[in-house]
Design a protein around this ligand. Structure first.
Ligand code: ADP
Ligand code: MG
Length: 466
């Protein structure tokens, strides 16, 4: 068989074997330029496709081509001149976003001169995805109500891409979904894997930024080069068509290479309205595990763990009183626990049931809707600053901490999204807000003074004492 026929047959076979998105993105307009001995020189659309083929699909393509050609071949991918590539590009009626992205890519990457057409490995930076150091497996208490989710998460962390793929955790607020996702992320990262943990909101924002800044090729490469991609709160992609489309292709590209995908949502995928069927069915194609409301014993065990970590003696009666106050989710339990600890430290009283009852009677959820303006105002006044200081660009130690506290409180009591909070703080990025909130959440565990400030301000906001 001559090289041209061999390439044409391999091309047809690849089209059948690869998923549609990968084939269209990387191989659709690839052509055989020449054959030098046993080296097939393949022309591709741009540097991005060249790198992907060289580094991710090389073995696959070579195997198929060698089988057809009847002898072992080597491959070299080169970028073709964009005019030629464009004129030969077949019409793609489907995937409007891809068409848009492909056009942008040809702007981004003019063809390199021939002598520079050597495949370079490209490893774009990972998106900002800070992990909470406290969200680890050993800090996750396994209760009788959740027999499956913990062992499944561990199995995924131990054998990413092999055990269950995708792995999806779903269930109500404050039941440990984020904790488990990040525990998987910690483990995989510790083993040197390329891990991306991101909320679906941040994924959407990243995509929007990429389209705006014409860096969509980097965007795709970034997500598709992950060994483990964990997307939290996937329910927020509902109604966002471009995000869903892009995520669908990211999902397929990763899945094809046995890269692990882990998702969390607040409900079963079949209940995710506004999410296209093909995505919902992908979500259900692996293992689904739900998180349930913790039973009394689980709540007590969690309280004991927290108390132990802080070196606090929690008498059994106090522990039970706390566990009985927060029955529906662990975030609430955490809030009650922090409240009581702060109260005990402020009053220098030993922790007894009376102290606890007194603290809990004072603990109220927001009576009215708390606004971002109220959070800014009360935090600024407490620190002797102005709201302009908090939302302005200046940074110094105390100002920075006041700003971080305000963001943390805004997230906790207003129900505003990260981008909305960023907007209220002078147009800061959602990832910056998340970073600051995580910083406070971590510091709260160690810093008694900070705990007092946060609980005082929270109290005033929640009781309407502004
Ligand atoms: P979700 O993402 O489901 O809303 P999170 O993972 O943010 O919930 O959990 C809320 C808080 O409760 C976190 O501080 C988390 O560490 C804690 N938490 C949840 N489940 C457990 C558990 N089983 N053991 C220990 N801590 C837990
Ligand atoms: Mg969560």
């Amino acid at each position: 068989m001559n090289p041209k026929d061999a390439w044409n047959a391999a091309y047809t076979q690849l089209e059948m074997q690869l998923d549609r998105a990968s084939f269209d993105t990387w191989l659709r307009d690839a052509v055989l330029l020449k054959c030098e001995g046993d080296v097939f020189v393949i022309g591709v659309r741009n540097g991005y496709a060249r790198d992907m083929l060289q580094h991710r699909l090389y073995r696959n393509v070579r195997r198929i081509l060698s089988d057809i050609y009847g002898q072992s071949v080597e491959l070299r991918f080169e970028v073709r001149r964009s005019e030629t590539a464009k004129s030969e590009m077949p019409p793609q009626a489907e995937m409007p976003l891809f068409r848009l992205l492909a056009q942008q890519e040809s702007h981004e990457e003019p063809p390199a001169p021939l002598h520079q057409q050597v495949a370079r490995p490209q490893r774009p930076d990972l998106p900002e995805c800070e992990l909470n150091p406290r969200y680890t497996f050993d800090r996750f208490v396994v209760g009788a109500e959740n027999p499956m989710v913990y062992p499944a998460a561990r199995a995924v962390a131990e054998r990413p891409g092999m055990a269950y793929n995708p792995f999806m955790i779903y269930g109500g607020v404050g039941l440990g979904k984020t904790h488990l996702l990040q525990a998987i992320a910690h483990e995989c990262r510790a083993r040197g894997l390329r891990v991306i943990y991101i909320s679906s909101e941040a994924f959407t924002n990243d995509l929007i930024d990429a389209i705006r800044q014409r860096t969509t090729a980097m965007f795709r490469e970034k997500y598709r080069s992950a060994d483990v991609l964990l997307v939290d709160d996937i329910q927020f992609i509902a109604g966002k068509d471009n995000t869903q489309e892009e995520f669908f292709h990211t999902f397929n590209a990763l899945h094809m290479f046995n890269k692990q995908i882990v998702l969390a949502a607040d409900r079963h995928p079949s209940q995710l309205e506004g999410v296209v069927d093909r995505l919902r069915s992908r979500f259900q194609s692996g293992l689904l595990a739900d998180v349930q409301i913790p039973e009394f014993e689980t709540r007590v065990a969690i309280l004991r763990m927290w108390a132990g970590e802080r070196g606090i003696h929690l008498p059994a009666a106090v522990c039970e009183a706390l566990a009985n106050r927060a029955r529906t989710n662990i975030r609430e339990l955490e809030s009650v626990f922090n409240q009581v600890v702060a109260m005990a430290q402020l009053s220098r009283q030993p922790l007894d049931v009376e102290t606890v009852e007194a603290a809990l009677d004072g603990y109220r959820k927001p009576r009215n809707h708390v606004t971002l303006a109220q959070v800014l105002d009360i935090t600024a006044r407490h620190h002797g600053l102005s709201v302009e200081d908090l939302i302005g660009p200046r940074r110094n130690g105390p100002l920075n901490q006041a700003r971080q506290i305000a963001m943390y409180l805004a997230r906790e009591v207003t129900g505003a999204s990260l981008p909305q909070i960023g907007e209220a703080f002078g147009g800061r990025k959602h990832s910056t807000v998340l970073h600051h909130c995580n910083k406070i959440a971590n510091d709260l565990a160690e810093d008694e003074l900070l705990r007092n400030v946060v609980s005082t301000l929270r109290d005033r906001l929640c009781t309407g004492d502004c």
